[in-house]
Design a binder for this molecule. Structure first.
Ligand code: ZN
Length: 386
């Protein structure tokens, strides 16, 4: 209620001082916990407000502590990435055509609050309009990729409308839509165009970019954002930084399969024997997809593209960078799908003819993660068990 202070007359001066001290301690050490206050949905509303202000029009104030800014930025992005994942999981069993219709209607309706108004528990009802517009733009990536996959499957041209959908989603983050576009171009056989897009991503993906995972493997309360990212947040244009300096995991739904390099198809069927029974609740949806961190996927796609263009020197450079980036990003906690990235590296070794090395790496990955790991399929493939 406006202008109503429920504390008025309830606390004496000593109590107010004590309350102030407690709140100061919370502000200094546990501010993040406010995002989890469930009363009146305070946490979600607070986050929506902060994110809205930050992404729209706020220049970071000096007074705002660097760490809090970084946390809120990462938390906001993880929250959005999880929301997008939840929306996509609802259509997991759709045919590609049905998924296109579903995404198309969702994208058109979402910014105007026309969905799920009857259901206050639905994730969409908990998002404010700015976030809905953002998600609506992001979902166009999946619409574009699903429609393009249908076209590639049936040998049809990929029309301008599909390219427009890619374009609408391109700036929702620095890498994932661009990489999906590059992957589609590679699968289509447009190698030079794919190489150009990959070069663009590599140029943008410097050491200030923060990787974001909405699959449940990134906990913003535990993992601090990278220092270079938070420093930028306190200096630059937040509107740009919130999108141009975060890289979401690259995700291919099963309905997008023809836009993904063939090796990623194994990730979509990574469960062998009773593996599926051993998935956590937040893994059941996305583990039916191929999900990979952006940076290793960038260099894997470069390896394939330069190979097919006959640019051997650049192909080998991409292989070296892929290996180095996996090691570096793992050390810096910027990698959330290590097993998939390492499977891609082992596949490059296969293509180089280093079969023993590739098999050893697959076996090491299997030991490290015995279940729900596509390495199991690759080991069977290499040892001709399949
Ligand atoms: Zn992820």
């Amino acid at each position: 209620m406006d202008e109503v202070n429920l504390f008025d007359g309830k606390l004496n001066s000593d109590q107010r001082v004590r309350l102030r001290t407690v709140l100061d301690i919370i502000m200094d050490t546990h501010l993040a916990i406010l995002a989890f206050v469930k009363t009146d949905d305070l946490g979600v509303r607070l986050l929506n407000n902060v994110y809205t202000v930050a992404i729209r029009n706020m220049k970071p104030r000096r007074a705002m502590h660097e760490e809090i800014t970084g946390f809120l930025s990462v938390y906001g992005n993880v929250f959005l990435a999880r929301s997008i994942r939840n929306i996509l999981e609802e259509a997991a069993d759709n045919t590609p055509d049905e998924l296109c219709l579903y995404l198309h209607s969702l994208i058109n309706a979402m910014p105007f609050h026309q969905l799920h108004r009857h259901n206050s528990e639905h994730i969409l009802s908990r998002l404010d309009n700015v976030n809905r517009v953002y998600i609506s733009r992001y979902l166009q990536q999946h619409l574009a990729s699903t429609a393009a996959s249908i076209c590639l499957h049936h040998g049809m041209q990929i029309g301008n409308r599909i390219l427009t959908w890619y374009s609408a989603a391109i700036d929702t983050n620095v890498a994932s839509t661009r990489l999906k576009l590059a992957s589609m171009l590679y699968c289509k056989g447009d190698l030079q165009m794919a190489a150009n897009v990959l070069e663009d991503v590599e140029r943008r993906y410097d050491n200030t970019v923060q990787a974001i995972c909405g699959c449940g493997r990134m906990d913003p309360l535990v993992r601090k954002p990278r220092k270079e990212f938070t420093e930028l947040l306190n200096e630059g244009d937040t509107d740009v930084l919130m999108t141009h300096k975060v890289a979401y995991c690259v995700r291919f739904l099963r309905q997008e399969v023809y836009c993904a390099p063939p090796i990623l198809h194994f990730e979509m069927v990574r469960g062998v024997e009773d593996d599926i029974q051993h998935r956590r609740s937040n893994e059941r949806g996305w583990m039916n997809w191929a999900v990979v961190d952006a940076r290793p996927f960038l260099h894997y796609l470069q390896y394939l593209t330069f190979r097919d263009l006959g640019l051997r020197h650049r192909q080998l450079q991409a292989l070296r960078t892929l290996r180095e980036s996996i090691l570096e990003d793992s050390r810096q906690h910027q990698m959330f799908h290590f097993e998939t990235a390492a499977n891609l590296l082992a596949h490059c070794w296969e293509m180089e003819g280093w079969i023993d090395d590739a098999l050893r790496l697959y076996l090491a990955l299997q030991t490290n993660m015995p279940r729900n790991n596509a390495a199991n399929m690759h080991i069977r493939r290499l040892t001709n068990v399949l």
